[in-house]
Design a binder for this molecule. Structure first.
Ligand SMILES: C[S@@+](CC[C@H](N)C(=O)[O-])C[C@H]1O[C@@H](n2cnc3c(N)ncnc32)[C@H](O)[C@@H]1O
Length: 524
């Protein structure tokens, strides 16, 4: 509850209202925050304002309903006065609905637009629910709900009023909101003061009414935000800043992680992965192979690749190293290994097997070099996997882990910074959602140190995307993992908007920096 003289309000009411504001965000609700930070375009502002018009129009009916439901004339008095004020103290120019219409006109909504406007279902449901509560249940419930609603409106009104004043040049006085700021505080206080109970049952009724008031109003805001997407179409994501993007796009999944059993590798495997992996290999292999070659010497007999995908790098490596060096490439996916085996038949020093890196310690052979790229990022037990790799590394052998650090993905564009920011955020939070380790780079170094590995070295492998075809890597992975993303609770419509946004990058005339891989090398 905001600062006010609360001496005549029951402490139980004050305490519960404060708690409810923690549970049901209203003043800090996304709708209000977005309005005050000018995150909506004019069409969206108009849509919100017209929906609220329906609420303003019906508000006196809530007061009339609760008044009808109260048999104590003394308790009724502040409500009658409240209703009187809503009607401008019988001065037509001061009727609240009129001052609100005046405000709508000033922000560009003509009065005749209001007659034909159909509010969203959430707004209709709100009005009917509050009306029903005020009229058909014990009056203490409706009264308590109205107290909370007026309290919220008086806190929100100055925010709307000030934002409007600041950003719409021809408005210098937003009387509707300044009046509400003052009057609603007074009204909510008067209503709160009426919330007295004689027994436990009445106390419970008040508690339920306060809870319903906070719930209904918070739900009203949420429903308007949701309806905005359908009615005015999804916002172009690039007009949304990255934090807001996360809230709107994947906010609902921030906390929730899938259990180990549910976890599935999100990207395509087998034939469906061929194009994306071919592109990525073309972009990154030169540097990856050059790094591996640095650790090859006359004593090198074999190299193991973990999570080889469609085997492009393994085949290239097998071609450039001495024939006597055996390259064994593994992947958890049978489909990937099948594609790899069929595609790379020429190298006699190359073989492929299906193997889960979580069980790699069971391999009987030991290796001079073990290499993996874009695999560890998808694993949960990074440290445990490195322990297993250490076991199958020969003494003096090298472990090279190449991957992307989601904390610092390196993606950058001169032209479409917003889109890239969304991509970076999306990538990071998608990993959180699937319960993966975000700080992988540090985890790998810590594990190398724990195993007392020597000569820990870091290098960088980053590519710039220049052609339209190269830039497609931004969306190919998202397209492939669309079913997993939708399963994770993100609406298909949002995913499509995101993909459409990523596709616009392809048309950019500037090169775009793609993921900055770290290469962490250590010797056993
Ligand atoms: C993004 S792809 C990278 C493929 C390849 N390393 C490359 O750089 O082109 C990730 C690969 O890791 C494989 N993978 C995922 N989980 C794995 C696991 N537990 N064990 C082995 N491979 C795994 C996937 O099947 C996929 O082929």
């Amino acid at each position: 509850m905001t600062d006010k003289n609360t001496s005549h309000i029951d402490p139980f009411v004050i305490e519960l209202v404060d708690k409810l504001y923690q549970i049901y965000p209203t003043v800090n609700h996304k709708l209000i925050v977005n309005i005050s930070t000018l995150s909506y375009n004019l069409e969206e502002v108009h849509y919100i304002a017209k929906n609220i018009y329906y609420v303003v129009k019906n508000f006196p009916r809530f007061l009339s309903a609760i008044t009808a439901n109260m048999d104590n004339y003394l308790a009724r008095m502040p409500l009658v006065e409240n209703l009187f004020e809503e009607h401008g103290r019988m001065n037509l120019d001061h009727v609240h609905l009129r001052s609100y219409i005046n405000f709508l006109n000033q922000i560009g909504i003509p009065t005749h637009d209001l007659d034909s406007f159909e509010p969203c279902a959430g707004v209709i449901a709100y009005v009917r629910s509050v009306l029903d509560l005020c009229l058909h249940y014990n009056y203490l419930e409706g009264l308590a709900a109205l107290g909370v609603i007026e309290d919220i409106v008086h806190q929100v009104s100055p925010i709307i009023g000030q934002t409007t004043k600041k950003h719409i040049s021809n408005i210098n006085r937003v009387s509707h909101f300044s009046e509400h700021e003052v009057l609603d505080e007074q009204h909510s206080k008067e209503i709160y003061e009426l919330l007295k109970y004689n027994n436990e049952q009445e106390k419970q009724l008040i508690a339920r009414g306060l809870t319903l008031g906070a719930y209904y109003h918070s739900k009203l805001y949420t429903d308007i935000v949701d309806a905005l997407l359908y009615e005015t179409g999804p916002k172009t994501l690039s007009t949304v800043d990255a934090d807001q993007f996360i809230n709107e796009f994947i906010g609902e999944i921030k906390e929730e992680k899938v259990s180990e059993k549910q976890y599935v590798y999100p990207l395509a495997q087998g034939k469906a992965a061929v194009n994306r992996l071919a592109l990525l290999n073309k972009l990154y292999n030169n540097k990856s192979i050059a790094t591996i070659q640095q650790y090859i010497d006359k004593t090198t007999k074999n190299i193991l690749e973990i999570g080889c995908g469609t085997g492009v790098l393994a085949a290239q490596l097998a071609s450039v190293v001495d024939d006597s060096i055996q390259v064994l490439a593994t992947d958890v996916s049978e489909a990937q290994i099948e594609v790899a085996r069929n595609a790379h038949t020429k190298n006699r020093n190359l073989s492929f097997i299906v193997c889960d890196c979580n069980q790699v310690g069971q391999l009987q052979e030991k290796f001079d070099i073990i290499y993996m790229r874009w695999v560890i990022i998808y694993q949960k037990n990074i440290s445990e996997i490195i322990h297993q790799l250490y076991r199958i590394l020969k003494p003096g052998g090298y472990l090279i882990i190449e991957d992307n650090n989601p904390m610092e993905s390196g993606c950058y564009s001169y032209e479409q910074k917003d889109i890239i920011d969304h991509w970076n955020q999306f990538f990071k939070f998608a990993l959180v959602k699937t319960g993966q380790v975000i700080n992988i780079e540090k985890t790998i170094i810590d594990t190398y140190q724990e195993l007392c590995m020597q000569d820990i070295t870091k290098d960088i492998n980053q590519s710039s995307l220049v052609t339209e075809e190269e830039k497609a890597v931004f969306y190919l992975g998202i397209e492939e993992s669309k079913p997993s993303i939708i399963k994770a609770g993100i609406r298909e419509q949002h995913v499509d908007t995101f993909i459409a946004e990523l596709k616009t990058i392809c048309k950019s005339k500037y090169p775009v920096d793609f993921v900055k891989n770290f290469q962490l090398i250590a010797r056993k």
